[in-house]
Write a protein that binds this ligand. Structure first.
Ligand SMILES: [Zn+2]
Ligand SMILES: [Zn+2]
Length: 155
């Protein structure tokens, strides 16, 4: 994660598009539809899903542009790359500090959470010299209320 730590995040923080405007990032129509595809809360899309949402609004948009733009947004620190235990890269426009994820094991519904207490894990001293830490990802697994109400299909 980049060293940018002055961002006061929270559920009410500015949208990705607003943040990009504020920092003066050149918003071409391609970049704009990509940022708009990631509007809203609890958004954790794969690059392919971003493309599926953005391309109807801008048919000339290419997958390569979507991938490149997402990589640039990650480098800028405006989008976080998360895997949520699946190994598939997902892009998260919510970059507030201490933000982790709550995932339903049955339907995959993913919510942003700000855990109390253990959100600042410290790498053991012995590992610090050998390993350059880039990010920490914590996933809380469970069953969402929708799934809890219906019988488990796997039993
Ligand atoms: Zn569920
Ligand atoms: Zn998230």
């Amino acid at each position: 994660m980049p060293a940018k730590s002055d961002q006061r995040g929270g559920p009410q923080s500015q949208s990705l598009l607003q943040r990009l405007r504020r920092r003066g990032w050149r918003l071409t129509s391609q970049r704009r539809v990509i940022a708009e595809a990631m509007e809203g809360e609890h958004v954790h899309l794969t690059a392919e899903e971003v493309y599926d949402r953005a391309s109807p609004r801008l048919p000339e948009l290419s997958r390569a542009t979507v991938y490149n733009t997402l990589n640039q947004l990650v480098k800028l620190g405006e989008v976080a790359e998360v895997s949520l235990g699946s190994g598939t890269k997902r892009y998260d426009p919510q970059t507030a500090q201490g933000h982790q994820h709550l995932v339903c094991e049955r339907c995959g519904a993913t919510r942003d959470v700000h855990p109390a207490g253990a959100d600042r894990l410290t790498l053991p001293t012995a590992e610090r010299g050998r390993f350059k830490l880039n990010r920490v990802e914590i996933v809380f697994w469970g069953v969402c209320s929708n799934c809890a109400r219906s019988p488990d299909p796997s039993t």
